[in-house]
Ligand binder design. Structure first.
Ligand SMILES: Cc1cc2nc3c(=O)[nH]c(=O)nc-3n(C[C@H](O)[C@H](O)[C@H](O)COP(=O)(O)OP(=O)(O)OC[C@H]3O[C@@H](n4cnc5c(N)ncnc54)[C@H](O)[C@@H]3O)c2cc1C
Length: 284
């Protein structure tokens, strides 16, 4: 197979224009597992475009005027878990710290997580709760999609052949935010369910996005609307009964499946507990 190693974004996009079905390789922590597990069959005729040496993809920038952090697709989970990014996007840092092991976090990228679009991808509920956008570059045009439109199903996205994910833009909210995950152990674990809760104090709104409980990441709209009115915004508190109701409404927004990791019933129950706990952490 041919392995191309462009060093600029323009070169990568041009190469993908010529080879729209090329395999993009970032950290390889999803792609190589698929190859090793024979989930992806290689014929030997593939073109691989390795993007790890493209400096523009490895950088990030905070724009205080728009209150946005633009993360290049090649930013790793290790960077997301550490300062200064952790201070700007605390829920993403919490999610990043649950991903794999230090070795995985050193190479696994946010762009790879978004492109794979597993319902269990830990970065995705955070991006969904924060209303992030995904930037794509093709040979003839660039476009930006809300992450909710980008994720179309189980490992399915709106990315077109020949497009490279270049960045995700993440709003920096003013308010508490956190990520919580249930797995069968504390590290190196794919989530049984995960949830990101983010508070936006200026608009007095609560957002909650859920992983591993539906074909793709879902927002629990009814639970969010309930929390917006149930929270005492002046005191910064919520009562036990409202927190419990929030958990129930969150659980009702899910469409989980039974699989080898957990039953649908357990997932629904556990994600409701996570939602309740996250709301209590936000409004103690
Ligand atoms: C041991 C282990 C533990 C793990 N634990 C977790 C975990 O706890 N939580 C979790 O969420 N994930 C986990 N993962 C999965 C994986 O680490 C993440 O999904 C990671 O973010 C993938 O990024 P990557 O750079 O390695 O992607 P790659 O494997 O390089 O690529 C993944 C997919 O995205 C495509 N792609 C990559 N970059 C781009 C781009 N810029 N534009 C277009 N397409 C692109 C590739 O073609 C491929 O289809 C784990 C993996 C392993 C091996």
């Amino acid at each position: 197979m041919g392995v191309l190693v462009p060093s600029t974004l323009d070169a990568a996009v041009a190469v993908l224009g010529e080879h729209p079905d090329a395999l993009v390789l970032a950290g390889g922590t999803d792609l190589m597992v698929e190859v090793n597990e024979h989930l992806r069959t290689l014929t030997g005729d593939e073109t691989v475009v390795a993007v790890g040496r493209i400096g523009e993809l490895r950088t990030w920038a905070h724009d205080p005027t728009t209150a946005t952090v633009r993360l290049g697709a090649g930013v790793t989970y290790a960077e997301l878990a550490s300062e200064p990014l952790a201070g700007l996007l605390p829920a993403m840092a919490q999610a990043a710290r649950t991903v794999g092991s230090p070795q995985i976090r050193n190479v696994a990228t946010i762009g790879g997580n978004v492109a794979t679009c597993s319902p269990a991808g830990d970065g995705l509920p955070v991006l969904a709760a924060l209303d992030a956008t995904v930037e794509l570059a093709g040979a003839d045009r660039r476009r930006t999609l809300p992450v909710a439109e980008f994720m179309t199903g189980v490992k399915r996205t709106a990315r077109r052949p020949g497009e490279l994910i270049t960045a995700v833009s993440v709003p920096v909210l003013d308010g508490w935010q956190g990520y919580a995950k249930v797995g069968v152990r504390n590290a190196m674990v794919i989530s049984i369910c995960g949830a990101c809760l983010a508070v936006d104090r200026p608009t007095r709104s609560v957002r909650i996005a859920l992983g591993s409980v539906a074909p793709t990441i879902v927002r629990a709209a009814e639970a969010e609307a309930f929390a917006n009115t149930a929270v005492d915004w002046t005191a910064g508190t919520v009562d036990d009964e409202s927190a419990a109701r929030f958990g129930e409404l969150t659980a009702a927004a899910t469409r989980p499946i039974d699989d080898h990791r957990a039953s649908a019933a357990y997932r629904r129950h556990a994600v409701g507990v996570l939602a309740r706990r996250l709301l209590r952490r936000a409004f103690p």
